[in-house]
Design a protein around this ligand. Sequence first.
Ligand code: GAP
Length: 487
Amino acid sequence: MKQNDHFFHFLASHAKNYGFVFPSSEIYGGLNAVYDYGPHGIELKNNIKKYWWKSMTQLHENIVGLDSSILMHSEIWRASGHIEKFNELLIDNKDSKKRYSPEVLIREHINFMQKAPKTSKFIKNRKNEILSRLEKSIKKKDLLDIRVLIDELNISDPLCGSNNWTNIRSFNMMFKIKEEKGDLFLRPETAQGIFSNFFSVKKSSRKKIPFGIAQIGKSFRNEIMARQFLFRMREFEQMEMQFFILPEEEMKWYEYWKKIRLKWHLELNLGDKKYQLRNHDHLAHYASAGADIEFHFPFGFKEIEGIHSRRDFDLKRHEFFSKKKLRVFRDNLENYIPYVIETSLGLDRFFLAIYSSSLKKEKLDNGKERVVLKIPPCLSPVKAAIFPLVLKDGLPEIAKKIFQNLKIDYRLVYDQKESIGKLYRRQDAIGTPICFTIDYDTINDDTVTMRYRDSMLQKRVPIKEISKIIEKETGMRKILRNLSQFI
Ligand code: GAP
């Protein structure tokens, strides 16, 4: 726990100092679990979106895009089951006034038992006993028994140590906006905008089953235990795709999307061991099959993306609630409601995965330390930096000319504010994959020093090659080409 705190402190302070992520409303003391993306953060985020969007809507000829609104008719949330079923249990501590998820309190208590020095068969059995009672009570909605379990285990508030708990209540996670004509909700998933536009998209894009609709957009959830930086936020972005299929092809497409989505992650080269696929123990109210792609965060394997078979749950319910036919024809004979396979990736959580696994402190040969962000070059906020070695003898002019020629194609930085060593360190810290330095040899032979972020190796390259090098080292083309072979 302590090590985690230390790591998050390092991550959050780097994110703030280098313009990746800022706490929201900081000048007013901040807002719990809401964050703003700074100048480098937004570039990294946009590059992630670009990789996802191109993979979905360019590599797959049968997937089209959509940007639906955040506010929708409240009947959509009745039909989707979110008003009735999108609930979490909560408990308050009367002394600390802090709110907790009873399930998380009990699970964390069990984890702590596991770490006890005498890890005996007795403890293991006791742990299983508690877990199975917890799961049964959640299923039966027996809130009283969960409360009794907390007392029996003598679980206290992790902050103040008090056992002064309220009763357990069920709480809907959607943010509500009160309106005279009825409540509006901030969407907790982007998917419902896709379902409600299914027919308009199909008709206007002349797509036939199987086809998909992809969307990137904000979602909102009133998370009780919002924490771990960008991992669990109250306002976040999702990159979701709903793939509409023939019912009898459910398993074929479910397996296909699990494979393709994992491949999409692996192409970024963060290491195969960083990912695992885990089948869901508990299915969401809309799903008939579900698996998570989990990423090995510094705090363990955790979900970053869900792949679900939603069958005809959503379209059927929207058909019932809207009284509009949401069916398609098969061979012009029978009409049916298509099944849906969904892929749902959290953009901010994925940002955290990339960022947290790439940020390193490295010892250098001279005994000093450097902070380096070894993010995949195609996602780097800045593709390359260009420096003059000294501020005289025409070197800045040559460097500026190279920068001016290339800035239309790539996001570059020209910098001359510090010594060359400090300029390299700054680019390392924001993840710039390559730097080019203009020196006295440049005047004679039109070559520059190129330095790699990861290895810190340097070599001389001709000025006329720089554009090609940036494309080769930092472009998305190679990754997209590899991925397209699997589609
Ligand atoms: N439409 C299906 C759906 O929303 P989900 O498993 O609830 O499924 C999908 O969410 C993804 O959205 C998760 O894998 C996660 O990456 C991201 N996500 C969910 N809640 C989040 C939160 N509170 N903060 C950040 N990301 C979240």
